[in-house]
Design a protein around this ligand. Structure first.
Ligand code: PEP
Ligand code: MN
Length: 349
């Protein structure tokens, strides 16, 4: 249920609404909109509560929320969530570009990629140290030594880093190194992992599950928000369809749908969505045109010898070309590219 307060309501009137809500054992979520304070009510609400709250002074309107997700909905939280990462913001007017290899392989591979993507205009470095793998015989990541290499790349370049965490037990370890915790598509509904990242204060990027509906995705986001972590962004990375030419099918429409239903920033990942390097740039441009807050692009010094996802990885030259093609589209949608960090950055606190 949503309680919209009058634009000139008093603090005491808000406090009274909150008091009535907590008295019934329900939780409130207060959000300051552009003009109105909006109070979301979490828990099993009765129609009588609606009648009762409507009578209180300062209340403009009370209406039920039909959707099963609440904290991730725009109704509960009308203004966009803006997440600060390093010197950049995600979900604001800035478009952020996250780039790097699928997996951290060697120091040389990671450092050269970090320097190249920074020079081309990326502000966040990606790289998996714990890799989900469809086959147990494929490369599964370097583990903690991979995290240490990411931390070194951050120190050298000032780029923020994002890396995947796969199990609840690893959350503290990965949060000790990463600026953003990535939840992979295969773990979108790993509810104990969602709870655990929800307990940290570290920003989280939640990828859409392989066959997840938008509602299932927003309910997964709800788990993280319900634990108190509101530094959350989503990532559209393609979904399973009958099409086999591409690795997945990029759901471009999910971008404006998420913008309509939710206040959470959305990043597009054309690398996993298409599985083919030559499709990454056109789909990246389309995603920004559709309103995405940023991109996640796989980049490798030598894609033909990558241990993972070489077919969808851009080499340095192709990444640079993509960044040049991106600029007019970013301008056309009235946004600007997040600016690169100038100096090195210490470990997150
Ligand atoms: C990745 O980002 O490397 C990855 C494994 O992506 P996804 O979870 O979307 O498959
Ligand atoms: Mn990958």
């Amino acid at each position: 249920m949503i309680v919209v307060m009058k634009s000139d309501c008093k603090q005491a009137e808000i406090a009274e609404v909150v008091k009535r809500i907590s008295k019934l054992g329900l939780r409130e979520h207060i959000s300051q909109g552009a003009e109105h304070t909006v109070i979301g009510v979490l828990g099993q609400v009765s129609p009588e509560l609606q009648d009762m709250l409507e009578l209180l002074p300062g209340v403009e309107q009370v209406f039920p929320v039909s959707k099963p997700y609440k904290l991730s909905s725009r109704e509960f939280h009308p203004l966009n969530t803006i997440i600060k990462v390093g010197e950049n913001t995600i979900g604001s007017n800035e478009v952020v570009v996250i780039a790097g290899p699928c997996a951290v392989e060697t120091e040389e591979q990671l450092m050269s990629t970090a320097q190249a993507v920074k020079a081309a205009g990326a502000t966040i470095l990606r790289g998996g140290a714990f890799k989900p793998s469809t086959s147990p015989y494929h490369f599964r990541g370097l583990g903690e030594p991979g995290l240490k290499l990411l931390a070194r790349a951050r120190q050298e370049t000032g780029l923020s880093i994002i890396t995947e965490v796969m199990t609840p037990q690893d959350v503290q370890l990965v949060a000790g190194y990463a600026d953003i915790l990535q939840i992979g598509a295969r773990n979108m509904q790993n509810f104990s992992l969602l709870d655990e990242v929800g307990k940290t204060k570290r920003p989280v990027m939640l990828k859409r599950g392989l066959s997840a509906t938008i509602q299932e995705w927003l309910l997964a986001a709800e788990y993280i928000l319900a634990q108190g972590n509101d530094q959350l962004m989503l990532c559209e990375r393609g979904i399973r369809t009958f099409e086999t030419y591409t690795r997945n099918t990029m759901d471009i429409s999910a971008i404006p749908v998420i913008k309509r239903l939710s206040h959470l920033p959305i990043i597009a990942d054309p690398s996993h969505a298409t599985g083919k390097w030559h499709l990454v740039a056109p789909v990246a441009l389309a995603a920004i045109a559709a309103g995405a807050d940023g991109l996640m692009i796989e980049v490798h010094p030598t894609p033909d010898s990558a241990l993972k996802d070489g077919a969808q990885s851009l080499n340095f030259e192709h990444f640079q070309q993509l960044m040049s093609q991106l600029m007019p589209v970013i301008t056309a949608v009235g946004r600007k590219l997040a600016t690169s960090p100038l100096k090195a950055k210490p470990q997150p606190g």
